[in-house]
Design a protein around this ligand. Sequence first.
Ligand SMILES: NC(=O)c1ccc[n+]([C@@H]2O[C@H](COP(=O)([O-])OP(=O)(O)OC[C@H]3O[C@@H](n4cnc5c(N)ncnc54)[C@H](O)[C@@H]3O)[C@@H](O)[C@H]2O)c1
Length: 247
Amino acid sequence: MTTLELSGRTALVTGAAQGLGAAIAEGLHARGAQVALLDHDARANGETAARLGDRALAITADLADLDRLDDACAEAVRGLGPVDILVNNAAMAPMRGLWDIDPAEWDAVFAVNVRAAFFLTRALAEPMRSRGFGRIVNIASLSGQQARPTGAHYGVSKAALLAMTRSFAAELAADGVTVNAVAPGMIETPMVHTIGAEKQAELAAQIPVGRIAHPAEIAGLVAYLSTDDAGFITGATYDINGGVFMR
Ligand SMILES: NC(=O)c1ccc[n+]([C@@H]2O[C@H](COP(=O)([O-])OP(=O)(O)OC[C@H]3O[C@@H](n4cnc5c(N)ncnc54)[C@H](O)[C@@H]3O)[C@@H](O)[C@H]2O)c1
């Protein structure tokens, strides 16, 4: 296989109906992969899969429903064959102050952002390791690296995802399965539109690069991490934030 070539590979992308997930699904598909798009928004997900055309399969599943995860994986395998690439992208990001977060919302955020990623990874990593090849990419966030006054549960869930990335990376390193995290800053997606144009412009002005990211800029990195060429990269966190956080 040549650089950035993914034909013959099968990917499963969560939260693929819109925003970054749709861009990641598109990026993998454009490089030749077959792509299972998983989302709880059946209509939007179906439209995104239809836009990709051949080699794309829409799977409707609520990631908060633990009992549905194994079935969803089986659906992907039945439709497209064994999954080589898993992208844990879906997330809930309610931006609430510390004292406004109730236990139900805390649990809901963790169920989607962390628990689903853990159990999907476990379900799909086992067959990957038997085949001696796998690529797992977890979409974390700058919010898991830097504190913000709102969305503490979101930030803590993303920090947990970074730790989880390293745990799985260590466990799977010897079997040809890499596990990496991508930690983006602000990206032009529907999630960001919820904060309003004025606030968005104010935040963009604080980014050294002077703008927020295009989803395709994150998707390109995810595609690279999914290739054969990236086999020596594991347990890494890629900061992709326009220079907001450097280390
Ligand atoms: N947009 C940003 O500025 C930004 C910044 C840093 C990190 N991220 C991360 O990028 C990823 C994608 O974000 P986005 O901006 O595209 O978000 P988005 O809200 O635009 O899209 C999220 C997708 O996930 C799906 N989803 C949510 N809950 C689900 C559930 N329970 N079951 C199945 N599907 C579910 C939604 O239907 C949607 O299609 C997330 O992990 C987010 O934390 C985004």
